[in-house]
Structures are given as structure tokens and as C-alpha cells.
Design a protein around this ligand. Structure first.
Ligand code: NAD
Length: 446
């Protein structure tokens, strides 16, 4: 086994998107010198100038502070990263492949292939990206092949559980840190690196490589299943005339169930849950145990049905067709607290309605710009008022606090009808202001 003793105090972070930029800035906050490496020159230019190219609460301040202090820098040059440190975190994307449900691990492979030939000292590569089980072992083999003579490169895994919208908090005060290692020395390196976090009482869980890879996807599969469970019950509530919000409030009071991730509504989206459950199913198939996870197909299908159900409600409230109707969509981000619109349920619904001939105006407090890049043909409004004024129908699709705080009496649509895709508006308050409120899995009010 290589005597990998990375110089403490210096790390690189490869891939500086939502995960990597957060990890890099938080390690700088913990006192380390950090070099971020990304292949996207525009992103690197922004970050190097202290500007965060996306929205994440509290993160822009950290990036600005630590780039100014010289503790955090960014580059597109793998050689610079290889020279800078002996501990390298891999945080590149692992999106769904275009041709299948599996994860595309080509960015992870490319990142390792670009770095390793430039290493001149023994190094530890620590994967944080969410990957199919077996990827770490494959990367170890790749690193062994690519390493220059006399240089030992080891791979460990440290899956990331941060939530966008709370990424800084989740990184500095996580529920647990999980590390998958093949050598106690690597555990020691990571335990020391995370000492400021662990010393505050955060559990440090050590496993083998495969288990650590699976911990992450298993956690996401469980969360997705919990949401889809609530949404399956919502379908039943719709059919039976029951109220899923009252139901989940009641069952969530059982401490074994709990209220988190139990809200019925438009369902989950984003750059993680949908692709992670699909990748897990695909990997189970490759490993010959696809039956173990066929239920995730249902989890995915229930989730996608929420989008069509919301579109159907909109059509129904427009009297059978949305053709020519003006529809205000409140929300574009896949969830509140971020400007991330990857696989956003809100934008999916907006786009479906536009395809059916509606004039759609979207407003999101943070994500109008990222949404316009992905869906340039949708209409966008700078304010809620601009979106809603004159609309035939209002859809509430991302539960930003701003939307919950709206005064329904002050809005001036053509018709006071709202479809609350998140079951998050105070239906009684909206109804008292003359609105008809349609939720998902609950009776219309009035
Ligand atoms: P992202 O798309 O925001 O960032 C990925 C970054 O990697 C991009 O900036 C891209 O330019 C860069 N990149 C791609 N190929 C590269 C290469 N060869 N070398 C260097 N940089 C390269 O994605 P993200 O949301 O940050 O997710 C990254 C990984 O973290 C994924 O595996 C994801 O599943 C996982 N993850 C994400 C979150 C989250 O909330 N976003 C949470 C936990 C885990």
C-alpha cells in the first residue's frame, strides 16, 4: 500500500459546479488552501474573480471572501492542480446518459485521466460525485495505469449529501460524513481534514468503497420513494374525495414516519433524485439484481404522473383547453432556495402548457435567467404582479417563501383561479380573497 501522506493544508477540488464550488469554498472556510479545477473557462473566470456563477445562499460571500484572501483559487489547468496538492476531490457531474437510464461517468473518468499523468508525488483522489457502485474501483485501476513511474495514486470515496439551498450549512454541519477507503491511512487523512467538522459532533462513518458509493444512492432512493409514496396516496385521495395534506400531517406525527419528504404535490426534480434512482436501477440490472429495485420504476412513474396531473388540472380549470389562455407560472427552480432548473417540474409543466397553446408567463425569484437559458421560448416576468395580472389561471409550482407570503387580495388576474402544485398556499386565505384553489390530492376550495 502506498504511504500516501498528502500535505495537510492544501487540497484541490475538481469540478466546481453546485457541489464542487460549495466544497471548495467551505474547505477554504475551514482554513485550507484550495485550488478549484474545472473545464468550463467561463465558470473558472467567474469564480477566480470571486463571483459565484449561480445562486446558493451564503456561498457567494464565502467565494468572495476566500478568493480575496488568496486562500481559494481556480484554474482550468490540470497540471496546476497536480502540482498544487496531494489530496484531490473529484466533484464533476454524473448526469443521466442520453441513450439509457444509466449514469454517464465519462466526466469522472476524464477528470482522473487529465490529472493523474501530471502527478509527481503520491496522491489521494477522493470522489464526491454520485456514481454507480464499482466506479471507485474502476478509477483505481485507471489511476494505476495512468500514474507516472514511482508515483502511487490511491482512490477513496466520500459521497456528498448536501441539499441545494442549504449547501453551505450541510457542508459545514452535515448529518454525517461517510468515507469509503481501502487503507486505514486514507481514513486518517480524511479524518484529519474534516476534524473541524467532526469535532463538533458529526458522526464519521467508515466503509469500504462499494458501500460508500451505495450509501449515497440508497439515501436518495429512499427519499424519492417517500415522496412518491405520499403522491401515490394523493392519487387515491383525489379519487376518494379525501385530503392528502391532512392525511400526511396525521401519519407524519408517527415518529417512525416523520413529516420530512412526505409532502404530496408536483413531485421531485433537479439534477440528483431523478437521475440517481434511474442510475441505481440501471446498475442493479448490470449486477443481475434488477428485480430488487423494480419498485423504483413505480417511484419514477408516480413522480412523472404528478406533472401530467398538474397539466390536466390546468386544462380542466380552463374549461377543457388551454389554447390561447394566459397562464401565470409561479416558480421555475426545481425547488426553492436555488436557481437550478435541471429537470424542473415547474418548467416541465410550463412547457407542456405552452405546447398546448397557452401563453405562459413564468416568474421565479431567482431562476428566471437559468430558466430562460433552458426554455428560451417561454415568457418570463420580472415580478409576480407582471406574471399574474390579466392571467386566466395561476399555477404555483415552486414553493418559495415569497409566494406563500403573497397577498391574494392584491393580485389582479382575469380570473381568480390558482392551481397549487405544492399544496403550500393557505387555501382558506386565498379562498377568502375570492380565489378558487385546486390542490393535488385534495378537494377544490371552494
Ligand atoms: P454541476 O453540473 O453543477 O457541476 C459539475 C462541474 O464539473 C461543471 O462545472 C463541469 O464544468 C465540471 N466538469 C465536467 N467535466 C470535468 C472535467 N473533466 N474536469 C473538471 N471539471 C469538469 O453538477 P453538481 O450538481 O455540482 O453535481 C456534481 C456531482 O455531485 C454529481 O455526481 C451529483 O450527482 C453530485 N451531487 C450533487 C449534489 C447537488 O445538490 N448538486 C448533491 C450531492 C451530490
Amino acid at each position: 500500500t502506498p504511504a500516501t501522506t498528502p500535505s495537510p493544508g492544501r487540497v484541490t477540488v475538481i469540478g466546481t459546479g453546485y457541489l464542487g464550488a460549495t466544497h471548495a469554498a467551505c474547505l477554504a472556510e475551514l482554513g485550507y488552501e484550495v485550488l478549484g479545477l474545472d473545464t468550463d473557462p467561463a465558470k473558472v473566470a467567474d469564480l477566480a474573480a470571486g463571483r459565484l456563477p449561480f445562486y446558493e445562499p451564503g456561498l457567494a460571500e464565502l467565494v468572495e471572501k476566500h478568493t480575496a484572501a488568496g486562500r481559494l483559487a481556480f484554474t482550468t489547468d490540470p497540471r496546476a492542480a497536480a502540482e498544487f496538492a496531494d489530496l484531490h476531490f473529484v466533484c464533476v457531474g454524473t448526469p443521466q446518459r442520453r441513450d439509457s437510464m444509466a449514469a454517464d461517468t465519462s466526466h469522472v473518468t476524464a477528470a482522473v485521466s487529465a490529472l493523474v499523468p501530471h502527478l509527481r508525488r503520491d496522491a489521494l483522489l477522493v470522489g464526491k460525485s454520485t456514481v454507480p457502485v464499482g466506479t471507485a474501483a474502476a478509477l483505481q485501476a485507471l489511476a494505476d495505469d495512468a500514474a507516472p513511474d514511482g508515483v502511487e495514486v490511491a482512490v477513496a470515496w466520500n459521497p456528498e449529501f448536501l441539499r441545494e439551498g442549504r449547501a453551505v450549512e450541510d457542508t459545514l454541519r452535515p448529518d454525517r460524513i461517510v468515507v469509503g477507503v481501502t487503507d486505514p491511512l486514507h481514513e486518517k487523512v480524511l479524518r484529519e481534514l474534516y476534524a473541524p467538522v467532526v469535532d463538533a459532533g458529526v458522526p464519521f462513518v467508515v466503509t469500504d468503497l462499494a458501500t460508500s458509493e451505495l450509501v449515497k444512492v440508497a439515501a436518495n432512493a429512499f427519499l424519492a420513494t417517500k415522496i412518491s409514496f405520499a403522491n401515490a396516496i394523493a392519487e387515491l385521495c383525489d379519487a376518494a374525495g379525501a385530503d392528502v395534506v391532512a392525511l400526511t400531517d396525521a401519519i407524519g406525527r408517527d415518529a417512525r414516519i416523520g413529516h420530512q419528504f412526505l409532502s404530496a404535490g408536483l413531485g421531485f426534480g433537479g439534477g440528483c433524485l431523478p437521475k440517481d434512482i434511474r442510475a441505481l436501477m440501471a446498475r442493479a440490472g448490470e449486477l443481475g439484481v434488477d428485480e430488487a429495485l423494480t419498485f423504483l420504476r413505480e417511484v419514477d412513474a408516480i413522480n412523472m404522473r404528478r406533472r401530467s396531473r398538474t397539466v390536466a388540472l390546468a386544462v380542466e380549470e380552463c374549461g377543457g383547453s388551454v389554447l390561447g389562455r394566459r397562464i401565470a407560472v409561479l416558480g421555475a427552480a426545481f425547488k426553492p432556495g436555488t436557481d437550478d432548473v435541471r429537470d424542473s417540474p415547474a418548467l416541465n409543466v410550463a412547457a407542456q402548457l405552452q405546447l398546448q397553446g397557452a401563453h405562459v408567463r413564468v416568474h421565479d425569484p431567482r431562476a428566471n435567467a437559468t430558466a430562460a437559458r433552458t426554455f428560451p421560448t417561454l415568457g418570463y416576468a420580472d415580478t409576480v404582479e407582471e406574471a399574474v395580472t390579466g392571467a386566466d389561471l395561476v399555477l404555483h409550482l415552486t414553493e418559495w417563501e415569497e409566494f406563500r407570503a403573497l397577498d391574494p387580495a392584491a393580485l389582479e388576474p382575469a380570473r381568480r383561479v390558482v392551481v397549487d402544485g405544492r399544496n403550500a398556499l393557505d387555501a382558506d386565505r386565498w379562498s377568502a380573497a375570492g380565489w378558487r384553489v385546486r390542490g393535488l390530492g385534495r378537494p377544490a376550495v371552494p
